[in-house]
Design a protein around this ligand. Sequence first.
Ligand SMILES: [Ca+2]
Length: 419
Amino acid sequence: MRERAIHPATTGMARRSEKGASATAIVGCCEGDTVRRRLRCRVRHMARGLGVLGVALMLLLMGTFALPIPVWRTGAWPVPPLSLVEGGPAVRLPVRLWIETDAACGQSRTTDPDDCLALLLLAQARGVHIVGISTVYGNAPLDVTDRTTRDLMAALDRAGAPSPPVYRGAAAPEGEDGAVAPAPAFSALQQALMDGPLTLVSLGPLTNVATALRDRPDLQAHVARLVAVMGRRRGHLFHPAEGAGGGMLFGHGPVFRDFNFAKDRRAAAAVLGMRLPTTLIPYEAARKVSLTGRDLAHLAAHGGAAAWVASRARGWLDFWAEAIGRDGFYPFDLLAGAYVLAPHLFDCAAVTAWVGEDDLLWAWFARPQALLVGGARERPAEGRVSSTVVYCPQMDATVHHWLVSQLTAPGQGGTQRGE
Ligand SMILES: [Ca+2]
């Protein structure tokens, strides 16, 4: 065995170590040794330094969550007011419906049941004809959303309600070239549009819609109205705790994304560029309604498909209580269903919508592309894709009561404002 030579510098290290253990551990380790060992030492020192820096940054970030927020950044952020029309503006909504969904209720406690609630509302409604439902990835992978949608249709069928045909759609967002793997939903939606004008209710990413209509641009004129759950004002954050406290991060709770837009920004921009008659039902509207444990108990007591959905929404209710600190959750997609059945309950404005960066978010905050709405003067001058849409951030105070009654006794509750 080869004897290991004692290098003079190593001896010096030993002497220095008697004076100060920590200093010599760093200097001596990297001096007078093999190249490989010196390299390992430097890597260790760098990793240690980065670790300390990471902890410091984490503490700084956590500290910002402890700061009070004087102005809630959803619905209360000082952006130019919109010219809202009470119960309007009037739009054309044919009773022939096509629903796009990423339903995954019950998949986990952090899976939003809002698609299932919207499907339940629309499938039980009188006076509308759902000619087809297409599934899309989003809240969960396509296998889950497709199975969940079919399970809900089976529950409706057992309860004697009509269960429209379900078509499997896109499993992933568009590629950079707009390419999407073929799926039965594309041709089924095209056929439904060939048969006549449709109200297109999009409760998920717009991948199926963009693909079907890009392939057949002549059918774009047959979309009487697209009702989509996405869009926001500049500066808005989807921050459901809003001072409710009791949630994670010193009571600030999580910040949500504009989920359906974020899942496929390219498809959303493509559809916006088609300039279809469009209504956006945003987070700003959904936060006006909260479904509580009492509401779910009401659905459960009704039995049938309503009970099926209620049982699959319990975990989400618990998640909101624990992580957000609210005794209830905002039923985002359900509001789009409500708009289709009773648009006069919503206060909306004709606005400009565009895809671009939000200049009002915090400087340190990431600025990904967003679907923004506002007055024409708010839109950046540079050439972004834009369109005029109807944006509905407000609604009548009776919507909550009306929704719960429609989910359990469809067609029985009135839809007059202010009742
Ligand atoms: Ca959805």
